[in-house]
Ligand binder design. Structure first.
Ligand code: HSE
Length: 313
């Protein structure tokens, strides 16, 4: 029986332009870590929360009922925990309110860590609904487009109507994801409250066509069709204005040859899908465009097959 387990869960791109609340992509090289250690108690507690700078986080709650990670871990432990409890140490690697699935990464890493304490850990797919409990608390809605890719890796289709089942999608060869995080913040729960409650049937049909054709294009490795279909005509127009650098960054990405560019989740992060050979140049152009607007930023280039959450040695 393990006494201590550390898990890593990657950041992710929610929506991926075409699939609001139901499509997401895991990212390489950026994520949260949670260590779980066994305790004599009978529940989950939090030992500490550290920020990106490695220092104790100034305001993320250590109260079990208010932290995404502990809420998720607690819901898992109530259902599957054995004797005793567990205490969590949360190390943030994903900026908060970044549109990079920060709360999902914490929730996923926490559930994977406490699952790892068990003699017979559950398979990853069985952890999804527990991690979603944490995400639901943070964003005020039941959407798995960050949790599912963070947990399972790659590109995942996860409409609410199919949960807990999800569909791991084929990704195209030779295309990478570029993610730019401008030093701005968007509160997802607030951003969701401002969305229109309904859209017209013609708009719905247009977006549905893009989603279906994009998924088919990825499976068929059809880069031209990916470029025609990676579009969000419903949600992006409602959110883009809140991210002052969006237009400039998107124009830079498209000029650099990106197949498409949109907000990551509710923003402020912006992603582009780009031929892998050009991805780092496009990332540089996006950064330059962002900085030209006086906004500092950071970018990552990721495979579209990034692995999902895992237990670390
Ligand atoms: N699908 C969610 C939204 C993702 O767009 O509100 C939040 O990162």
């Amino acid at each position: 029986m393990a006494d201590r387990v550390t898990a890593f869960a990657p950041a992710s791109i929610g929506n991926l332009a075409v699939g609001f609340d139901m499509l997401g992509l895991a990212l390489d090289g950026v994520g949260d870590r949670v260590e779980a250690r066994r305790t004599d108690g009978d529940a989950i507690m939090i030992d500490a929360v550290f920020g990106l700078d490695g220092e104790p986080h100034p305001y993320l709650p250590t109260d079990v009922g208010s932290n995404t990670a502990s809420i998720a871990a607690q819901s898992f432990w109530q259902a599957h925990g054995d004797q005793g409890g567990a205490a969590l140490t949360i190390r943030k690697g994903v900026p908060l309110q970044s549109g990079m699935g920060s709360s999902a990464a914490s929730a996923v890493a926490a559930v994977v860590a406490v699952n790892g304490l068990l003699d017979e850990p559950l398979p990853a797919a069985r952890l999804l609904m527990y991690a979603l409990e944490g995400e639901k608390f943070a964003s005020g809605g039941l959407h798995a487009d960050n949790v599912a890719p963070s947990l399972l890796g790659g590109m995942v289709l996860c409409p609410e109507s199919l949960l807990p089942d999800t569909v791991r999608l084929a990704v195209p060869d030779g295309i990478s994801a570029v993610l730019l995080h401008p030093e701005l913040q968007v509160n997802t729960a607030q951003a969701r409250k401002h969305l229109l409650r309904s859209v017209s049937v013609p708009l719905w049909l247009e977006q549905q066509g893009y989603l279906a054709a994009f998924i088919a294009a990825c499976a068929a490795n059809d880069h031209a069709l990916i470029a025609r279909t990676l579009r969000d005509v419903v949600i992006e127009p409602q959110r883009a204005e809140a991210v002052s650098c969006f237009e400039a960054v998107r124009d830079a990405a498209m000029r650099g040859g990106a197949a498409g560019c949109s907000l990551s989740g509710s923003g402020p992060s912006i992603f582009a899908l780009v031929t892998s050979a050009h991805a780092s140049n496009v990332a540089t152009s996006m950064e330059q465009a962002c900085r030209a607007m006086g906004i500092d930023c950071q970018s990552w280039v990721s495979s579209m097959s990034a692995p999902g959450a895992r237990v670390e040695d």
